[in-house]
Design a protein around this ligand. Structure first.
Ligand code: S3P
Length: 448
């Protein structure tokens, strides 16, 4: 980080300030918000989106789709209107597409551009420029796109799409919804059928939403449990009215906060509980957390409920690595929960966490240690010996934890801070705005 960036950093000490009570509502799901804008931009006619997450990552997607021809506006009621160009109709962007911090924007948009006759350059911040893009470059190259990437297959990179592209059958070498989605989105403007085989299921919002927009998409389950997803290309997408459910990955911070802080009894409303996303809540229940689902319902084709969460003494467990894809973004906050549990929590199979917005295994190990937790780092996870319910000591005066431009590290340590004796000093809260701009104000209102 340059000295200029250092001057811009926004540090904050998060301290204990009583229980979390009442009802809060978290913003819209980030994955569904990205896809609403992208698919709306490929439909002919007007897609209307209510509850869109207005975080920096989603705004990066919106800016990129505008640069490729879509008209995207927000009205005074907060509803978003997307007028699409039609599949095959994306225009040549006149400038580099700035993806900010957003891996989802980058990888999914690379899929869209790959099968259009246009060339786009993708740039991003220091965090995104370290992340591997080879995982999407590989299949999209097989479909005919050409890439000039920075060393190691990273941003900045330039992609020249091919139209017509070549349909492929691709077996995912990593469990990644972003890679799956990139190939399916490339398949939308490719003649014939594009197939993705997913040995381990990952979040299925792309499949649900592509179907909702009228694409011909099928999902079969093979004898070995792999999911075989086929999309027919040269699709015609029909505009939709979308209601985006609350983001379970954002709700996670408040659920853990209420479990950890004595006296808490909080309802988090409108939480998306798609089974490919919601494993954290099951793991926390296994640890003894009191999390009750109220008013389970359907919002925009996704299961949703209000979660009533009460302070609980948690017990450490061995987390089954099979659940990793369904809570891949929730490990940083699970580590915080484990740090206050009774006994040992062991996590394994978390290699993918090392290539998120930061290396979340080593970033969380270092940060939790500074806050006084007992943590051992392994190649593919953390082992945490909890306090047995006592608050963490917190960070010493003048010492702050390092967030590495990673929103989830910042928010996880904020929650560690409110469950600590001295508080936790976070070096930079700016990254929180990528996914959860109202996090700090909601935290205050839940503790008022
Ligand atoms: C996402 C998929 C996940 C997740 C990310 C959002 C998506 O990434 O970490 O925050 O919207 O498809 P991977 O697919 O790389 O695991």
């Amino acid at each position: 980080m340059s000295s200029h960036d250092l001057a811009q950093m926004r540090p904050r000490r998060f301290t204990a300030n009583g229980p979390l009570k009442g009802r809060i509502r978290v913003p819209g799901d980030k994955s569904i918000s990205h896809r609403s804008i992208m698919l709306g931009a490929l439909a002919v006619g007007e897609t209307r989106v209510t509850g869109l997450l207005e975080g920096e990552d989603v705004l990066s997607t919106a800016a990129a789709m505008r640069a490729m021809g879509a008209t995207i506006t927000r009205d005074d009621s907060g509803m978003w209107h997307v007028h699409g160009v039609g599949v095959g109709g994306l225009l040549q962007p006149q400038q580099a597409l700035d993806m900010g911090n957003s891996g989802t924007s980058t990888r999914l948009l690379m899929g869209l551009v790959a099968s259009h006759p246009i060339t786009a350059t993708f740039v991003g911040d220091a965090s995104l420029s370290k992340r591997p893009m080879g995982r999407v470059i590989d299949p999209l190259s097989t479909m005919g796109a050409e890439f000039t990437a920075s060393p190691g297959g990273r941003l900045p990179l330039t992609l020249r799409g091919l139209s017509p592209a070549v349909p492929i059958e691709y077996r995912l070498p990593v469990a990644s919804a972003q890679v799956k989605s990139a190939v399916l989105l490339a398949g939308l403007n490719t003649p014939g059928v594009t197939t993705v085989i997913e040995p381990i299921p990952t979040r299925d919002h792309s499949e649900r939403m592509l179907r909702g927009f009228g694409a011909e998409l099928t999902v079969d389950v093979a004898a070995d449990g792999a999911r075989i997803i086929k999309v027919r290309g040269e699709a015609e997408l029909k505009p939709q009215d979308i209601v985006v459910p609350g983001d379970p990955s954002s709700a996670a911070f408040f659920v853990v906060a209420a479990l950890l802080v004595e006296g808490s009894d909080l309802v988090v409303e409108n939480v998306g509980l798609n089974p490919t996303r919601a494993a954290l809540f099951d793991v926390l229940r296994l640890m003894g957390g009191s999390i009750e689902e109220l008013d389970r319902r359907d919002v925009g084709g996704e299961p949703v409920a209000d979660l009533r969460v009460r302070h609980s003494l948690l017990t450490g467990i061995d987390v089954d690595p099979a659940v990793v894809p369904s809570m891949v973004d929730e490990f940083p906050i699970l580590f915080v929960a484990a740090a206050l549990a009774k006994g040992r929590t062991v996590t394994t199979g978390l290699e993918e966490l090392r290539v998120k917005e930061s290396d979340r295994i080593s970033a969380m190990r270092a940060a939790l240690e500074l806050a006084g937790a007992t943590v051992t780092e392994t190649e593919d996870g953390l082992i945490i010996d909890g306090t047995g319910g006592d608050p963490l000591p917190g960070t010493a005066e003048g010492t702050s934890v390092v967030t590495h431009l990673d929103h989830r590290i910042a928010m996880s340590l904020a929650i560690a801070g409110i469950a600590s004796k001295r508080g936790v000093e976070v070096d930079d809260t700016r990254p929180i705005a990528t996914s959860f701009p109202v996090f700090e104000s909601l935290l205050e209102s839940a503790r008022a």
